[in-house]
Design a protein. Sequence first.
Length: 279
Amino acid sequence: MTTLDRLTPTIGATVTGVDLNDVRTRADGAPLRAALAEHKLLVFPGQSLTPTAHRDFAAALGETTRAHPVVPGLDAEHPEIYVLDSGDGGKAPVWHTDVTFMAHPPLGSVLRAVTLPPTGGDTCWTDLEAAYLFLSPVLRDLADRLTALHDGREDFDEYLRDRLGGEGNTWEGQQVRSLEPVPHPVVRVHPETGRRSLFVNPGFTTRLVEVTEPESRALLAVFFAVIGRPEFTVRHRWSPGDVVVWDNRSTAHYAVDDYGDQQRVMHRITLRGDRPVGV
């Protein structure tokens, strides 16, 4: 029997009693998809997935995307799998939400532990709905009316230009040849729950559109500080076989870089999302 145990009052649940190898169809995945919208983060310990089974499970939750708008996938048979290798730039010690620098960021992400360091290498997630509700009513009202620019050039422009010759992957039906900042609402309305979340992150959000540059810096500093409050976070210590699924529409995450030059390899698949809608 499948059971869900909450990790915190607002974010995360551990799911036991299910073998993800058996979750192969959208009908199989529907209860987990509903649980994902409710809990924002699902942890499946002790799984045994091959790259193909990882892809099949992800496809049962939603339509999979290419590995990344820029970075190629694992191999020709698994173009959906993004390899996060600590020895090849696969570290992300900053709060971020995946691929918000595209017009249609992913709905969610499915991460599988492949190679883990002896200690360390945890991942933290934060509840962006709780962060929004923590703001004062006056600041929430302001945030509801703001737009932010998200920019992936600092992380991926050089890779696209120098390693790929300017020819990235196909994302939303178009080949990526450049990375331009894209606007998203600062407050996103979740398309399934109708709840509001902050939709900014220190990894990719660079500017608020409707205010001056000094005001933008000050307001983003406030939003980023709220996002990082420990009351809204959960920290996962990885074990071999763990699979974690999270909702990119209501969370941000942080990969803790405390394991030095030890190897850490994770495989991630993202689910196709829609254009964020604000208040």
